[in-house]
Design a protein around this ligand. Structure first.
Ligand SMILES: NC(=O)c1ccc[n+]([C@@H]2O[C@H](COP(=O)([O-])OP(=O)(O)OC[C@H]3O[C@@H](n4cnc5c(N)ncnc54)[C@H](OP(=O)(O)O)[C@@H]3O)[C@@H](O)[C@H]2O)c1
Length: 275
């Protein structure tokens, strides 16, 4: 396995949510390659077991715990919080990666799917961050990675709830980075753009309406996320093109940005928005 992120981190044990596929799986794989012990969290226990067996490399790899949990379920969420709070085998890197987002007009979205998006992207992420930070601050060391999105940078028609949940994550990460200065604990927020994973199929995105250029692999995003955390950065937008777009968007007045995004959405979904 390649060691893809630049500096040898001091992490001993990482808990990664959404480790069964995509970016989370790659983060777990790259951490294992540099000898970090892991706690893998997701709903698909079988996929986690297979990954864990692979990462343990027949006993020569790191120690890997599997934690099958639906983070939208309050009992499972409390159990993962308890794992983060436990003093035995402490977690010194929390990777809050599990997330989902459905595409489509907000007013006809399934109400259950709207709740699920908020439960996973917001409630679970905030609660797990909260559970991890208390022991980390008490120990005077620890790191949290929050996987947000480029979608957090502005309201996005047709993925409105998803973008709003990610805006909360980016805001939370920015605030906590400053709030925790001097404690030995660092929060790094990661803003990927379009990345080839299972995400779009799960959220029923129509990829014909989205750009076909500028996509990253999960491996690239994971390496940039871990690299930024190893360098104790507050935030990273992954991918060169995404960084250019984020910088341009940051310079544009909010009103202009909103109009441009609305215009682009109306062109891509000409059949939506009228009664
Ligand atoms: N792909 C992109 O273009 C893109 C762009 C920007 C940001 N992101 C962000 O990157 C993160 C990872 O997404 P991905 O692209 O790697 O998508 P993915 O391949 O769909 O992975 C999502 C992960 O979340 C887990 N998950 C989903 N619901 C869960 C639940 N209720 N409880 C526990 N785990 C759950 C899934 O595992 P189980 O199904 O086994 O539970 C899976 O491991 C997300 O936060 C996403 O918003 C993705």
């Amino acid at each position: 396995m390649q060691h893809l992120f630049p500096r040898t981190p001091r992490w001993e044990r990482a808990l990664v949510t959404g480790a069964s596929s995509g970016i989370g799986r790659e983060i777990a794989r790259q951490l294992a390659a540099s000898g970090v012990d892991l706690v893998l969290v997701a709903r698909s226990g079988e996929r986690l077991d297979e990954l864990a067996a692979h990462l343990r490399a027949g006993g020569s790899g790191p120690n890997v715990e599997v934690f099958e949990a639906d983070l939208c379920d309050s009992e499972f969420l409390a159990a993962v919080e308890a794992r983060l709070a436990s003093a035995g085998a402490p977690v010194d890197l929390l990777v809050n990666n599990a997330g989902l987002g459905y595409e489509g007009p907000f007013h006809i979205q399934d109400a259950q799917e709207v709740s699920e998006t908020i439960d996973l992207n917001v409630t679970a992420l905030v609660r797990l961050t909260h559970a991890a930070l208390k022991p980390m601050v008490a120990r005077g060391r620890g790191q949290v990675i929050l996987v947000s999105s480029m979608a957090s940078l502005q309201g996005l028609p047709m993925t409105a709830v998803y973008a709003a949940t990610k805006a909360l994550i980016t805001s939370l990460g920015e605030a906590l980075y400053e709030e925790l200065k001097g404690t030995g604990v660092v929060v790094t927020t990661v803003l990927p753009g379009l990345t080839r994973t299972e995400f779009h199929e799960r959220g029923r995105w129509d990829l014909d309406r989205w750009p076909s250029v500028g996509w990253q692999s999960a491996e690239e995003v994971a390496a940039e996320a871990l690299g930024a955390a190893a360098r104790l950065r507050p935030e990273v937008v992954t991918g060169r093109l995404n960084r250019v777009l984020a910088a341009m968007s940051g310079m544009a007045p909010r009103r202009l940005r909103r109009s441009a995004i609305g215009w682009s959405a109306r062109r891509r979904w000409p059949d939506e928005g009228s009664p």
